[in-house]
Design a protein around this ligand. Structure first.
Ligand SMILES: Cc1cc2nc3c(=O)[nH]c(=O)nc-3n(C[C@H](O)[C@H](O)[C@H](O)COP(=O)(O)OP(=O)(O)OC[C@H]3O[C@@H](n4cnc5c(N)ncnc54)[C@H](O)[C@@H]3O)c2cc1C
Length: 387
């Protein structure tokens, strides 16, 4: 039987980051397994490429600050440009309640050292992003060091660097079972190409993480949630340095990318079909109407249906990641549930999981708030609006 010291299921940005961090720590026989044909077929390939540290909890701010540090030296360390562009994130409030949520978030962010995040007035907003209509906007927050990254460059960078450090990746191979020794540790995985013995498994299966954990009898509270993106035809109307601009009330947001404008607006997925990633024509019409109302320069710009797409967020109940050994199965390691923030947090989470697996605990950050047992223990993280 073939063997590997650790098998990482999923070679999206999470799996690739963990593989890299384990391999450079000297782990031998690190094997990534992915059922898709090649890189970027899961959620990582459809991500919008936003990066932000403006969150409502200390742990998410800290993850972003650690990740930002890593993105700043990514080219030297990994050999690839991660596309980090500090164009900023601009949050807009239309009601007093929304502004209060943004202000509470700002307090958390500044306490964590993100001094550059500030409250902005309606006039400031006009200077920061002149494209947005401010008629019913009453204020907002802005952080100039937030901005963008390029998901596929981050993924491909980690995959290549992991390989250079000795890790391997096997595509077109599905993991169909996790074999436990009489209910104890996992001793091997069943795959579509045969059984492989191992001493540890990392669940990096993104939106499919609960299905994978189920093979080991572990119940994971991770659910898929469809996210759709509408893209305009190339129009050059928003310079790439325009900040990501988000309405805090309903989550409508937009950015310029590759000469097009990308429009997003969170809605529930398809009823009864949680993994469905079809693009809904009615949603496109609604988000286009919202965009034309709120961003007047888009009034006459057509949508390019061929470039509209959808993918899956990997939601956890409190919208924070689950990191560390699975409750009840010590050698199944989780790096799941980033709830739509996985690309930006992958450098931090991969580093932290490698610390946990190598040393028994994370040393770069206190990751108690990401403990997979927190739901059973009744201490989920607080949720504050869209932040
Ligand atoms: C529309 C959209 C926009 C987004 N925008 C952003 C953004 O702006 N910024 C940001 O940081 N994040 C964003 N995200 C979220 C981000 O894409 C995810 O958090 C991140 O990609 C998760 O990475 P992953 O490696 O866990 O998952 P994936 O990239 O989905 O990788 C999981 C892999 O596991 C494999 N797999 C699953 N089960 C098995 C199995 N049984 N056997 C073998 N292989 C298996 C799959 O084939 C897949 O390749 C967005 C997501 C979507 C959908």
């Amino acid at each position: 039987m073939r063997s590997a010291s650790v098998i990482i299921v999923g070679a999206g940005v999470m799996g690739a980051s963990v593989a890299y961090h384990l391999a450079v720590r000297g782990w031998r026989e690190v094997l990534m397994i992915d059922r898709s044909e090649g890189p970027g077929q899961g959620s990582t390939g459809v991500a919008t490429g936003g990066f932000r540290a403006q969150y409502g909890t200390a742990i998410n701010v800290r993850l972003s600050l650690l990740a930002r540090e890593r993105f700043l030296r990514f080219r030297d360390e990994i050999g690839v440009d991660p596309g980090y562009l500090p164009a900023g994130y601009l949050w807009l409030a239309q009601t007093r309640a929304e502004l209060d949520i943004l202000r509470a978030g700002l307090e958390v962010q500044q306490a964590e050292g993100l001094q550059e995040a500030t409250e902005v007035s309606v006039d400031d907003i006009g200077l920061i992003n002149p494209a947005v209509l401010r008629d019913d906007v009453i204020g907002g927050t802005f952080c100039p060091t937030d901005g963008f990254i390029t998901p596929l460059q981050v993924l491909n960078g980690y995959l290549a660097a992991a390989r250079r450090a000795g890790a391997r990746v096997e595509w077109q191979t599905a993991v169909t079972g996790l074999i436990r020794d009489h209910g104890g540790p996992i001793v091997g995985v069943e795959t579509s190409r045969g059984r492989i013995a191992t001493e540890a498994v990392v669940n990096a299966a993104g939106a499919w993480a609960a299905e994978l954990a189920e093979h080991a009898g572990v119940s994971l509270p991770i659910t898929p949630l469809r996210r759709q993106i509408a893209a305009t035809v190339p129009c050059g109307l928003l310079p790439p340095t325009t900040p990501m601009t988000i309405f805090a009330g309903d989550g409508f947001h937009f950015r310029g990318r590759d000469g097009r404008v990308l429009l997003l607006w969170p809605t529930p997925g398809v009823n009864g079909k949680p993994f469905d990633i079809s693009v809904d024509r009615e949603w496109i019409d609604t988000v286009t109407a919202m965009a034309r109302r709120r961003v007047p320069i888009l009034r006459n710009v057509a949508i390019d249906m061929a470039c509209c797409r959808a993918g899956l967020y990997e939601m956890s109940p409190d919208r924070h990641a689950l990191l560390g050994p699975a409750p009840g199965c010590d050698n199944l390691f989780l790096i799941n549930g980033s709830s739509g923030h996985g690309v930006m947090h992958a450098p931090a989470l991969g580093q932290l999981l490698a610390e946990i697996m190598s040393d028994g605990a994370a040393s770069s950050l206190d990751v108690g708030a990401l403990s997979p047992s927190r739901f059973a223990e009744g201490r989920p993280n607080p949720r504050s609006g869209l932040l």
